[in-house]
Each structure stands twice: as structure tokens, then as C-alpha cells.
Write a protein that binds this ligand. Structure first.
Ligand code: NAP
Ligand code: GDP
Length: 323
């Protein structure tokens, strides 16, 4: 019989890539979505899999909906990707961010424990938990957490609750501590997609400036399509564990912009950029770089390089805007 996976965050960036991977492996995929009067299936359509996903309604902030779904589906695997995932918005919506990203995880783990304790549970943890990182210039599974935003803090709670359900009740749980990963499906508010969309607009004469905040922040950016493979791999091990996932290479926001403008033949890119204080954060995470040797030892490696990622995103935005 086909394995059953419940994927939350099915309409976001990672949900569709993961759903495609699981469908290709023969899983039956249930996709949890909130109730919308007018939902957008664009990201699933982009990968051509909308019709293959079985949608179920629920909300991470509504415990009863999660209890009901776990009891009804009895999934072999749960991938909890749902979140208020935008760091920049988390200061303005700190309570909502906490309810979805922290309490929602407690509700989901509890539902698994009560109704389907053999389910394997994946938690979408994040390098934002490291925040200030450490002096070694990279972060791994042993690096201390020093989150710098309500988002990062909400995810630290979720991380520890995921560990605690493993230690207290023997559930199979795994934290994927993923560094930033991007794609043509990335939300437009995130800096990579904002840049590739802005560059495409400038190239096509639809805009003449791109407003950004801190150009010096450095991130370890990879391709979302590669990272969902790591999520699946974690749940195929003998026991649940926690893994850092990243490329081991980082670049500044300025580097990303330079590379994106290069894709459309513009070298004097800084003349198109304006610094707007609205896009700076009350507390910044200056520098993230993964040391992913633990997941590498399981056979996972990123395939898409930084220049390939930027090119893929710029080309997708050019195509979309030309339409
Ligand atoms: P995303 O594009 O923002 O997708 C998040 C999804 O969560 C959206 O589809 C959203 O649904 C859903 N969601 C939000 N609140 C919900 C609620 N109350 N109930 C049910 N669903 C809800 O994020 P992503 O980039 O795919 O990231 C996936 C996960 O990985 C997130 O947990 C994120 O925090 C984490 N993460 C991401 C990165 C990264 O670089 N992308 C790095 C580390 C960790 P709507 O469509 O209804 O808004
Ligand atoms: P994050 O790493 O999850 O916060 O992902 P983002 O893509 O939102 O931000 C990555 C980095 O880019 C952060 O250090 C931001 O401060 C920086 N940044 C600079 N300008 C912007 C901007 O205009 N929008 C966003 N979202 N981030 C920006």
C-alpha cells in the first residue's frame, strides 16, 4: 500500500517541491491548507501537481482541526512546513507568529502522540535559531541558539518541543535546521525573490529602482528543490535526529544583487539600488553559514550552485513578467 504523507504549508514554497518528490516516490500526499475564500494554487500548478494532491482543511492555530486530521488520515509521515515564515513581519505579528510556529507545533505533536504514535514527524526548523551564530564562522548541530527575531524565537520553542516529544514519548521526530533556500516559488517579500523580480522589471523597463535594506547581511542560500530531499531522507533513518542543511558557502545581499543584474547584462548595478530604512530590521542576523557534515554523511549534497540558482530565479521572473 502507498505510504501516506501529510504536508502542511502545501501552498507555500517548500510544500509543492516536497509534494512533487513524495508523489514521484509513490506516496499519497495530503496537503493541509487553511480555509480561503479564494486560495492560490499557483505554486503547485507551476510544478504540475495540483490535481494529484488531496487537500485537507485545517489551521495550525486550531488544535481541534489537527487532532481530527491526524485521527482520520493516520499518516506514515508528517512534514510540518506551515509557518508565518517571514522574519521581517514577525516583529509586527509576534503573537500570531508564536501561535502558528510554536503552539501549532505543540498541537500537531500532541495529535500524533494521541492518535498515530508511529507517524514519523518532520519539523521545519531554521538557521534563524542561531541568530548571532558563533565565532567559528559557521553553524552546525552543536552551535548555541541566539535568535534575533520573534520568528527565530518561535522556532526555538518548536525545535525543543520536537526534541522533547522524542525524548519523553519515544516518537520518531526530526528537526531539519535548514539554511535559507530559494526558488522561483519563493515568496516575493524575501530578499532573493524581491531582487530577481526587481531585476526582471528593470530589464523590461517596468521599474527603474530596487529598494532594499541591509546589503551586507550574508546568507547560505541553496535551492529549495534540493532541500526537500534532505527532509525526506531524515525520516528514512532508523531513528529521529536533528540535522543542519545548507551549502557551506555564503554570500551577501549585495553579492546576490550583483549576480542577478549580471544575468540581464547589467554590471553597474548599484546605481539601480536605493537603500530604504523600512527594509532594515530592529535586530539583524548578520552572517549565516552551514556546516552540514552530518546530513552530508547520509548522502545528501546540494546540486544547484549559487550562480545557477540566481539565474533560474531571474529567468523565471523574466518569463512571468513577459506574460
Ligand atoms: P512559505 O512559502 O511561507 O510557506 C508557509 C506555508 O505555511 C504557507 O503555505 C502558509 O499558508 C502556511 N501557513 C501559515 N500559517 C498557517 C496556519 N495557521 N495554518 C496552516 N498553514 C499555515 O514558507 P517556505 O519557504 O515554504 O518554508 C517552509 C517552512 O520551512 C516554514 O516553516 C519556514 O519557516 C521553514 N524554513 C524556511 C526556510 C527558507 O529559507 N525557505 C529556511 C528554514 C526554515 P498560506 O498559503 O495559507 O499563507
Ligand atoms: P531571512 O534570512 O529569513 O530573514 O530571509 P530574507 O530573505 O527575508 O532576508 C535575508 C537578509 O536580507 C536579511 O539579513 C535582511 O535584513 C536582508 N535584506 C536586505 N534588504 C532586504 C529587503 O528589502 N527585504 C528582505 N526581506 N530582506 C532584506
Amino acid at each position: 500500500m502507498a505510504k501516506k504523507a501529510l504536508v502542511t504549508g502545501i501552498l507555500g514554497q517548500d510544500g509543492p517541491y516536497l509534494a512533487k518528490l513524495l508523489l514521484d516516490k509513490g506516496y499519497k500526499v495530503y496537503g493541509l491548507m487553511r480555509r480561503y475564500s479564494n486560495p492560490s494554487f499557483d505554486n503547485l500548478d507551476y510544478l504540475g501537481i495540483t490535481k494529484q494532491v488531496e487537500f485537507v482543511e485545517g489551521d495550525m492555530a486550531d488544535e481541534s482541526s489537527l487532532l481530527h486530521l491526524i485521527k482520520a488520515i493516520l499518516p506514515d509521515e508528517v512534514y510540518n512546513l506551515a509557518a508565518q515564515s517571514f522574519v521581517g513581519g514577525s516583529w509586527q505579528q509576534a503573537k500570531l507568529t508564536t501561535e502558528i510556529n510554536s503552539l501549532g507545533v505543540l498541537y500537531m505533536l500532541n495529535a500524533v502522540k494521541l492518535f498515530s504514535p508511529t507517524t514519523r514527524y518532520y519539523q521545519a526548523s531554521t538557521s534563524e535559531m542561531f541568530g548571532l551564530g558563533n565565532d567559528d564562522g559557521y553553524q552546525d548541530e552543536n552551535t548555541n541558539f541566539h535568535p534575533r527575531s520573534p520568528y527565530g524565537i518561535s522556532k526555538v520553542y518548536a525545535y525543543w518541543m520536537t526534541v522533547n516529544f522524542r525524548e519523553s514519548y519515544g516518537l520518531f521526530t526530526a528537526n531539519g535546521i535548514l539554511f535559507n533556500h530559494e526558488s522561483p516559488l519563493r515568496g516575493i517579500q524575501f530578499v532573493t525573490r524581491k531582487i530577481t523580480d526587481g531585476v526582471a522589471r528593470i530589464k523590461l523597463g517596468l521599474a527603474d529602482k530596487l529598494a532594499l535594506g541591509n546589503l551586507d547581511a550574508r546568507r547560505d542560500w541553496g535551492f529549495a528543490g534540493d532541500y526537500v530531499e534532505a527532509m525526506h531522507l531524515m525520516l528514512q533513518q532508523d531513528k529521529g535526529d536533528d540535522y543542519v542543511v545548507g551549502t557551506g558557502e555564503n554570500h551577501s545581499v549585495r553579492d546576490f544583487a550583483r549576480e542577478a543584474f549580471k544575468c540581464v547584462g547589467i554590471s553597474d548595478f548599484e546605481k539601480y539600488i536605493v537603500i530604504d530604512a523600512r527594509f532594515k530590521r530592529p535586530a539583524e542576523v548578520p552572517d549565516l553559514k552551514a556546516k552540514a557534515t552530518k546530513i552530508n554523511a547520509l548522502g545528501w549534497k546540494p546540486k544547484v550552485t549559487f550562480p545557477e540558482l540566481v539565474k533560474m530565479m531571474v529567468e523565471a521572473d523574466l518569463k512571468r513578467l513577459k506574460k
